[in-house]
Design a protein around this ligand. Structure first.
Ligand SMILES: [Zn+2]
Length: 341
């Protein structure tokens, strides 16, 4: 099974899985896409399931979502108090040292940040985080790859696929999310380098990849969505999201706010989008962050559902038709670097 993104038969889905939808801080593109830290995400949902006419762009929505919130302010304050009581105090020596190195008040701020983070995890464990539909975002994802020979590869280069990608993103703006993006990621073939130099080499190669890709994608300032160019470096024998040395470099072109909000037709589409997710997620407490919504792959069913927590969420039983639905293949359980050693 291929382990690097560039060699996958479905680079888009693998990139979404590893860099956007995975649990935990390894999903390093989430902040670049300005997603809320606590969020729900629909992944690769056929647009007709969201009330969008079949046959119109986009066919599938790669990523769509919104924030998870705790509506009970007193529960939030109680969780913070509980966490605060459990954290050991920071000694005066540590506080003084941190203030001297990073500026006055640094130790206090970082402690408050830790309390916030642990308190949200506590709320999640207690089932007090719920999806909100007041603010929604959507992304079209395109992935090209950059070879060792410093050339771009992938079927979606050239003028007409570029136009098509922009058309798909424009279609997303007509569905009414607040914030629409076209993520243009370029992944790289790992380069070999003299011992110890692989990380630096990967970063430099990724940066060259970003330059080449930016030339190729023909983003326009007048596009009603944001184009985000991200490049991801790779080293031999390790998956990109685990290897630590990433050249994620993110220039952004265009605009974040959907300028079509307010048009009656767009607002009607937004209401259908909201209703489709509200049907699945209303009264669902988040047991995982991000909370995932998938579409059953069986065409006779196609239901949207939240995958069960205990098993691989990407290959799971649909609760409606009981069919096994594979959104993404199971990953190798043994990371490649362990297999090599
Ligand atoms: Zn099904």
């Amino acid at each position: 099974m291929p382990d690097h993104l560039y060699e996958s038969p479905d680079r888009e889905l693998l990139l979404i899985r590893r860099f956007i939808a995975d649990e935990g801080p390894a999903a390093t593109l989430r902040w670049s896409l300005r997603l809320p830290r606590l969020c729900w995400l629909g992944i690769r949902i056929p647009a007709p399931r969201l009330g969008w006419p079949a046959g119109k762009k986009p066919g599938d929505v790669d990523v769509v979502g919104g924030p998870l919130v705790c509506r009970d302010r007193s529960a939030w304050l109680r969780a913070r108090t509980e966490i605060r009581a459990q954290l050991p105090p920071v000694s005066q020596t540590v506080r003084d040292g941190a203030d001297e190195l990073f500026g006055r008040g640094h130790a206090k701020r970082s402690r408050e940040g830790t309390i916030d983070q642990l308190a949200t995890e506590l709320l999640c464990a207690r089932g007090q985080l719920r999806p909100s539909f007041e603010h929604m975002f959507a992304f079209e994802v395109k992935v090209a790859w950059f070879g060792r020979d410093s050339t771009l590869h992938g079927a979606k280069l050239g003028g007409s696929p570029q136009k098509m990608a922009r058309k798909q993103a424009r279609g997303l703006t007509r569905m009414g999310p607040d914030h629409v993006g076209l993520l243009r990621a370029v992944v790289t073939e790992p380069c070999t380098a003299p011992a110890g130099g692989a990380w630096m080499h990967a970063g430099a190669h990724a940066s060259a990849a970003a330059d080449a890709y930016e030339q190729a994608i023909r983003a326009r300032v007048e596009d009603p969505f944001a184009t985000i160019v991200a490049s991801i470096g790779a080293v031999p024998g390790r998956r990109e999201h685990l290897a630590g040395s990433l050249g994620v470099n993110v220039p952004i072109l265009g605009q974040w706010q959907n300028p079509l909000r307010g048009e009656p037709e767009v607002e009607r589409a937004r209401e259908r989008l909201r209703a489709a997710f509200a049907n699945v997620l209303e009264d669902t407490a988040a047991t995982r962050v991000p909370l995932l919504v998938l579409a059953c792959a069986h065409t006779s069913c196609g239901a949207l559902f939240v995958p069960a927590r205990a098993i691989d969420p990407w290959q799971t039983l649909c609760p409606h038709c009981s069919g096994l639905t594979t959104v993404a293949p199971i990953e190798n359980t043994v990371p490649p670097n362990d297999r090599l050693s």
